[in-house]
Design a protein around this ligand. Structure first.
Ligand code: ATP
Ligand code: MG
Length: 151
């Protein structure tokens, strides 16, 4: 029996909310795709790795009490989700390096990390033949968008 993807995401967000002062705002629009199609198309283990890594980055790189928006959107041919924060942002000139293993941007020196989270996320997205992109501005915030095709 495939796991219910939407319920899984809701529970993951609720769990994360318990452990942080950030305000995690979750929204989901799933009207356009039968839930069975979505559940069959998306592997929960990979999805968990993607979400946990992106969410932990948003928490780590934004101030306590900051808002983090998670949006799920089930389109007819793709499952698209966005994680948006109001954090420190990523310098434009470094954004193309972020998915390389061990790469950490120059503005996170005081915050600990190994630089592997996004490399893992990228590998998971590649397994789905999906796409990941980001939009980020220093001291304004960062949005990561992941799109997973559903056949
Ligand atoms: P870890 O391996 O523990 O996750 P990390 O968070 O440093 O360490 P990645 O998750 O791979 O490594 O992220 C790589 C770099 O991308 C980060 O070091 C940081 O510079 C930048 N980054 C990622 N997400 C964000 C974000 N939401 N806001 C600001 N910078 C970010
Ligand atoms: Mg990380």
């Amino acid at each position: 029996v495939p796991t219910d993807i939407i319920r899984f995401c809701t529970e993951l967000v609720e769990e994360a909310q318990q452990s942080t002062q950030h305000k995690i705002i979750f929204s989901c629009c799933s009207k356009q795709m039968p839930i069975q199609t979505l559940n069959a198309a998306v592997d929960i283990t990979l999805l968990r790795r993607i979400l946990v890594n992106l969410l932990s980055n948003s928490i780590k790189y934004s101030p306590d009490g900051g808002r983090i928006y998670i949006d799920l959107d089930c389109q007819p041919d793709a499952f698209i989700f966005q994680i948006k924060d109001q954090g420190i942002g990523i310098p434009l000139s470094e954004q193309h390096c972020l998915f390389d293993s061990f790469y950490r941007a120059s503005n996170v020196e005081k915050i600990s990390g190994t630089g592997l989270g996004l490399a893992i996320v990228k590998q998971c997205v590649d397994i789905y033949r999906g796409n990941i992109s980001l939009d980020s501005e220093i001291e304004v915030g960062t949005t990561f968008t992941v799109s997973i095709p559903v056949y």
